[in-house]
Design a protein around this ligand. Structure first.
Ligand SMILES: Cc1ncc(COP(=O)(O)O)c(C=O)c1O
Length: 401
């Protein structure tokens, strides 16, 4: 990812299908001031109450729990919510808490989000791949991987999944698969880490956490795509019970808070108040509040699918370029008849003026494959057309015989 950022900086005029960001035009400074005021008024506190350090678990667990009930059908005690510096900190804390010693390991549906594998790498926590297949997770491979990990003398602690419009694949799990995954998790005594940044941007299905009656699911959420990425506010729902050696019982959220207290101390109260105000103003219904942006992302997705079809069905590609057709989210994956590595990325930016993310970034070991991820969330229609023309020219010139 560093290389991608460097290339983007070196070639600022390249059209980028790389970054998975929300549309900037939806941000307005006046909203931020208003949301802050809404929060302060609702809480009956002066702004100065936000100027100090705050409680480690955060100050907006209550509105977050209401939002989860309204939007996701997740019934949760606010005590099980820990507010974090984005979903990224939540992932990091969860992995750190699951790693007791070097016999612990985690599983992840591959290809997977680099922020997950990157976090695991920083703490020497091994990650084992589970195939995604057409269902979003191959449950036979999950069983087989658990068996293999145990055979190695390791403890498979959890499997990381993105059931809705996954990053990078764009794939979603249908409802029966979600039920079967929960059953498999119980059977293999595994936790599931459900990461759901894109769930509001496509057809609604129940989250795993909404279907979880067994406290199997640790749910990671973020306001980066639904409110403001710059606020850096996310959260984790961790209602699992932790039994200590002295017989005391705590919530996993409290164990995560202990770790957070020595990582980021607390999430900025000012940033939380902005998000809290947004939630209160929207009556905690962020799905509804995001209907406009969601429709725009959908239009972009349709435009991109049509644009790919128009260009890559040409005889010169011989049907060798294919792509996934997600129902929503920010990303899709294209298979191309050439190896997609950093050299190709550099060449694409320099000579063709187009940027994408090589799929190798989402595979452990970073082995180059002939796939790339395209993000369609933030790109203007004319830019998309020009960018796809450039991508088609690159693939036509570089395709292997
Ligand atoms: C799957 C996934 N999880 C987590 C994150 C990180 O979210 P945040 O910006 O809240 O840290 C992202 C960001 O793009 C993501 O795609």
């Amino acid at each position: 990812m560093n290389f991608l950022n460097e290339v983007a900086i070196r070639h600022p005029h390249a059209i980028s299908f790389a970054a998975g960001r929300p549309i900037d035009e939806h941000f307005d400074a006046a909203d931020v001031h208003r949301w802050l005021d809404v929060y302060l008024k609702h809480e009956g506190i002066p702004a100065s109450a936000l100027f100090q350090y705050g409680p480690t678990k955060g100050i907006i667990a209550e509105p977050v729990a209401r939002h989860l009930r309204a939007d996701e059908g997740i019934e949760i005690d606010p005590a099980a919510v820990l507010v974090t510096v984005g979903a990224q900190e939540a992932i990091h804390l969860v992995l750190r808490a699951l790693r007791r010693d070097d016999r612990d390991a985690v599983l992840a549906v591959a290809p997977t989000y680099v922020g997950f594998t990157g976090a695991a790498l920083t703490m020497d926590l091994p990650v084992f791949d589970v195939r995604d297949g057409d269902d979003g997770i191959d449950l036979d491979d999950l069983a087989e991987t658990v068996r293999r990990v145990r055979h190695l003398g390791l403890r498979p602690r959890a499997c990381y999944v993105m059931p809705d419009f996954a990053n990078p694949s764009g794939r979603s799990m249908d409802v029966p698969v979600r039920h079967r995954l929960l059953e498999a998790a119980a059977e293999h005594d595994l936790l599931l880490i459900e990461d759901n940044p894109y769930g509001f941007f496509g057809p609604r299905r129940p989250s795993l956490k909404a279907l979880d009656h067994d406290r199997r699911v640790i749910y990671v959420g973020t306001f980066a795509k639904t409110v403001l990425p710059g606020a850096r506010v996310g959260y984790v729902v961790a209602d699992q019970r932790v039994h200590a050696a002295d017989g005391s019982v705590s919530l996993f959220a409290d164990e995560l808070a202990k770790l957070k207290s020595v990582v980021t101390v607390n999430t900025s109260p000012l940033a939380q108040a902005v998000i809290g105000g947004r939630l209160i103003e929207a009556d905690h219904r962020l799905r509804e509040a995001n209907a406009g942006p969601a429709a725009e992302y959908r239009r972009n997705l349709d435009r991109m699918l049509a644009g790919l079809e128009r260009r890559f069905s040409e005889p010169r590609f011989g049907g060798r370029v294919t792509w996934t057709a997600p129902e929503g989210g920010f990303f899709l994956v294209v298979d191309v008849p050439c190896v997609v590595d950093d050299d190709l990325l550099e060449l694409a930016a320099r000579d063709y003026g187009v940027l994408f993310t090589p799929m190798s970034y989402f595979l452990r070991g970073g082995r180059a494959v002939s796939q790339l991820r395209l993000s369609f969330s933030r790109i203007l229609p004319e830019e998309m057309e020009t960018g796809l023309d450039r991508l088609a020219a690159l693939v036509a010139d570089r395709q292997l015989p």
